[in-house]
Design a protein around this ligand. Structure first.
Ligand SMILES: [Cu+2]
Length: 147
């Protein structure tokens, strides 16, 4: 076999692959947006990418919010003070929270694959959850407006 016949298709095929990326979201007592925040709080990624929620500060977790993930997507629920890596194989919008600090609006949003088809559901759930916030009441609206 001619080496060229083997190498050229191989080299061309590299361009066809998009490699999955890993992003980090820090769980913080204080960040640039205030107290009890995920940083970055708004993330746009591609289908197949993963996000590691990093326990930079203790006593936080990351958990998906019911009604704020696309149909067919898997939920997640991290342990307190531990990193958790979530792979996003279903396109759409995801809302998540830190369970012990949900009332302090420790929430975040992720858009996977430029697909906003579940935006209305996410917004409706955000309005309900917002009513339970005791501080940072505008966070969900602010985050969703960045999508
Ligand atoms: Cu927290």
């Amino acid at each position: 076999m001619n080496i060229k016949n083997f190498l050229i298709p191989l080299i061309l095929s590299f361009n066809l692959f998009t490699y999955a990326e890993n992003y980090e979201v820090k769980m913080l007592n204080q960040g640039s947006e205030g107290y009890m925040v995920f940083e970055p709080s708004v993330l746009k990624i591609n289908k197949g990418d993963s996000v590691t929620f990093v326990a930079t500060d203790a006593a936080h977790n990351s958990a998906s919010i019911e009604g704020m993930i696309p149909p067919g997507a898997s939920t997640w629920n991290g342990n307190l003070s531990q990193d958790i890596t979530v792979t996003f194989d279903v396109e759409g919008l995801y809302g998540y929270q830190c369970t012990p600090h949900a009332m302090m609006a420790m929430v975040g949003v992720i858009e996977v694959g430029k697909n906003k088809s579940n935006l209305e559901s996410v917004k409706a759930t955000a309005q309900k959850i917002k009513a339970t916030f005791v501080m940072n009441k505008d966070r969900f609206d602010s985050y969703l407006s960045q999508l």
